[in-house]
Design a protein around this ligand. Structure first.
Ligand SMILES: [Ca+2]
Ligand SMILES: [Ca+2]
Length: 224
């Protein structure tokens, strides 16, 4: 009794398929864990922004972006040096790097970051959309005070932990490019592969709603 060569070949094929399946699913599992970790981290960052605003002396305001990579927001007297830059992780106490060891991006509306404080009538200028064109039905949030971006597993365009800037997205990856162009609009949607309408995309984008910010400041007795 023994295996014929044909039987042996069949067994080998089955074993290799099973092993291959196992490795793929382990890889996918660890990727899913990293993505879940990242969503949790960015949610914590929004909470930290709310806490930061509530704990300012005088009227509440949001931190400035970190423009020199030391984790502290850069302020030039009352105003920020720039309104987009790194997450000021020292000021916030969270968010030094994302789940893929790249630094997180932070954009804030000028009127919310000025250290004389914002009020209940202050409006944000930032928008998050499902697509780069940001047409009416694609708008997920507008008049936003702040947006935070993790550049995802591919990390394209992100600044690494050691301060190097990674290669950027391709010319057709318009949704990821929108999250790197230093303007008021950002794109958020589930990951897509190359060749999709907005190109390859894996960024994790979260935003602070003006209404949630106002509500928390009222609840904390800091506004009106
Ligand atoms: Ca990305
Ligand atoms: Ca943009």
């Amino acid at each position: 009794m023994g295996f014929s060569l044909v039987e042996l070949a069949i067994v080998l094929v089955i074993v290799s398929l099973l092993l291959g399946g196992m490795f793929i699913s382990l890889g996918t599992q660890s990727e899913m864990r990293a993505a879940a970790e990242e969503r949790k981290q960015t949610d914590d960052l929004i909470e930290a922004l709310l806490g930061y605003a509530a704990s300012r002396p005088g009227k509440p305001y949001l931190p400035c972006p970190d423009t020199d990579g030391d984790g502290v927001g850069n302020r030039n007297s009352a105003n920020c040096t720039a309104y987009e830059g790194g997450v000021p992780w020292i000021d916030l106490g969270v968010g030094r790097v994302d789940a893929w060891d790249n630094r997180l991006r932070y954009r804030v509306t000028e009127a919310f970051a000025i250290d004389t404080g914002f009020g209940l009538a202050t409006k944000g200028t930032l928008r998050v959309c499902r697509a780069q064109a940001c047409a009416g039905p694609d708008i997920l949030g507008s008049e936003l005070p702040a947006v935070i971006v993790s550049y995802g597993r591919n990390g394209r365009g992100a600044t690494s932990e050691s301060g190097n800037v990674n290669g950027g997205p391709g010319a057709s990856d318009v949704d990821e490019l929108e999250n790197l162009d230093n303007d008021n609009d950002f794109v958020a949607h589930p990951p897509t592969t190359a060749g999709s309408p907005g190109g390859e995309f894996d960024d994790v984008v979260v935003w602070l709603s003006g209404n949630i910010l106002a509500n928390r400041m009222i609840a904390a007795g800091r506004l009106p």
